[in-house]
Design a protein around this ligand. Structure first.
Ligand code: GLU
Length: 510
């Protein structure tokens, strides 16, 4: 790519960032890094009615959690600061006026009532109302009023907007890096508002184009929901005379519900019990939403899963580090059709990352949970226990249930196992096992296995009965890893103690 790659993630702070938004940010980031370019974070907060306090902080924290680094933008600064549109207010009016002067836009003074009359007329005639070439001259606009009247109305403080003068019956041809050539007839489009005098603010379309231009954005990578705005954006570039430096566009496919039809929503998540937001969210009115982070997902697993929702590497590989994603990402492998989100697959990714964690990494994550459960232990033992059981865990939070017996002796026993094994000859046999164990000096997994195994063979006892009774004594349940993992971990003294405890305290089943 000859031109410098500069991409932007341009969210509006209207609530928590949906995982689809995180994916947009991620693809922008991967694209920027792949091409040695810059990733910019611009906050598009010109719609004051939809502004939600806390949303911007949430966006920034989400990106940070995911490892999506910002080179320029809100929170970082840069040569085009400020990057928050509400702080760039003064910039836009000039551009709105420029379009009016060039005949690409006009002032409109219409009131809600005046519009309503036309809307009703259209409905009565069986048509849907559109604010376009059919009505713009029937309303009080700078196209129907004299220059003096327009100036007078502005001077006396009438409320006005600037609208784009959408050409009639022209075919706009656009290029999308994912969808190819797209054509739209302008007669199907309306005259969008670009600027509002009421709050002295531009609308999304004007601010977005002006800022992409001023910030020298080379590629606009955004969600499919913005595709209908693309013809207007193309025409705005033309109207400003900026076609030559206009960015290239790529519209990403939607994230679909697990059932396939329709866009993935918070409701789907609530219904099926999975998060659709990266982090836990509390709205200013106290509503909450689940987040991947708080639900126990690793950021790397979340990012890996998201990357593959709409992009495929062209190989069978599924596990990608951020660097591998950067090395492999390309827009031509992003699909046009929606990507169905599968909650089980998200869990699968988490489990994969879990299984690949070292004992030391696991120890760090597991220690707080151990402490919560009143267990004080070394990082070495915490990591070792987690390491033994990690293959059966999906989340760090699963580890306590899977490993608690390593740290805490059972004082109650699983009924089912008790009924099966704490009867007949088994308690007496356990006493014998106790003596065998007591005689072993090298309590390593291998040695204990050899000695006890040989003894069982010699006595011609049933291996299953002996082992399950021992498991009942040491674990208190029918779960856990290989028996000798447990004996080696807890050590000789603790083994004997647990055996003595069950022998003394649990009455055999008749
Ligand atoms: N502010 C828009 C949003 O919230 C940005 C769309 C775009 O990237 O152009 O998604």
């Amino acid at each position: 790519m000859s031109q410098e790659v500069r991409v932007r993630f341009a969210p509006s702070p209207t609530g928590p960032l949906h995982m689809g938004g995180v994916r947009t940010a991620l693809y922008n980031y991967l694209f920027a890094r792949r091409h040695g370019g810059k990733m910019i974070l611009r906050i598009e907060d010109t719609d004051s009615q939809r502004f939600v306090p806390g949303a911007e902080e949430y966006i920034i924290e989400s990106l940070k959690w995911c490892g999506i680094e910002i080179d320029e933008g809100v929170g970082v600064g840069g040569p085009h600061a400020p990057y928050r549109q509400s702080e760039r207010k003064e910039i836009y009016l000039k551009y709105a006026k420029q379009l009016v002067e060039a005949g690409w836009a006009y002032y409109a003074f219409d009131t809600a009532e005046e519009l309503d009359v036309l809307r009703k007329e259209a409905e009565a005639a069986g048509q849907t109302f559109a604010y376009n070439y059919t009505v713009r001259e029937k309303l009080p606009t700078s196209l129907s009023l004299s220059k003096e009247e327009v100036e007078e109305r502005i001077a006396r403080g009438d409320i006005w907007v600037v609208r784009f003068k959408m050409p009639e019956n022209e075919v706009v041809e656009m290029d999308d890096l994912i969808r190819g050539n797209v054509k739209v007839n302008t007669s199907t489009l309306d005259d969008k508002v670009l600027y509002k005098s009421a709050d002295a603010l531009p609308t999304y379309h004007l601010a977005n184009i002006v800022d992409d231009h001023l910030m020298e954005i080379s590629h606009v990578i955004r969600g499919e929901e913005w595709l209908p705005s693309l013809p207007l954006h193309y025409l705005l570039y033309r109207a400003f005379g900026w076609q030559d430096s206009q960015p290239q566009f790529a519209h990403l496919p939607l994230l679909l519900k697990p059932t396939g039809g329709g866009k993935l929503s918070k409701r789907d998540g609530d219904k099926m019990g999975f998060p659709v937001f990266p982090l836990f969210w509390t709205s200013p009115t106290g509503e909450t939403a689940h987040g991947y982070r708080e639900d126990g997902y690793f950021a790397e697993a979340f990012v890996n899963m998201l990357a593959l929702l709409g992009w495929n590497p062209g190989t069978e590989q599924e596990i990608f580090s951020m660097q591998e994603l950067i090395d492999n990402f390309s827009l031509d492998r992003v699909s046009k059709s929606g990507a169905r989100f599968q909650p089980d697959k998200a869990k699968w990714f988490n489990a994969q990352y879990m299984h690949h964690k070292s004992d030391a990494e696991l120890a760090e994550l597991f220690q707080p949970i151990l402490r919560e459960n009143g267990v004080e232990t070394s990082d070495e033992l915490a990591g070792k226990a987690a390491g033994i059981m990690k293959e059966r865990a999906t989340f760090i939070g699963d580890l306590w249930d899977l490993t608690s017996y390593f740290f805490v002796a059972p004082t109650s026993y699983e009924e089912k196992q008790m009924k099966k094994y704490w009867k007949g000859e088994n308690p007496a046999r356990l006493k014998e096992v106790r003596e065998v164990l007591a005689s072993i000096d090298d309590f390593s997994k291998e040695n204990t296995e050899e000695v006890v195994g040989a003894w069982i063979k010699e006595k011609e006892y049933g291996m299953g009965q002996i082992m399950n009774t021992l498991r009942l004594a040491l674990v208190g349940a029918g779960k856990g890893p290989g028996m000798y993992d447990v004996t080696a971990f807890i050590g000789k003294e603790e083994c004997l103690k647990r055996i003595d405890y069950i022998l003394e305290n649990l009455k055999p089943v008749e």
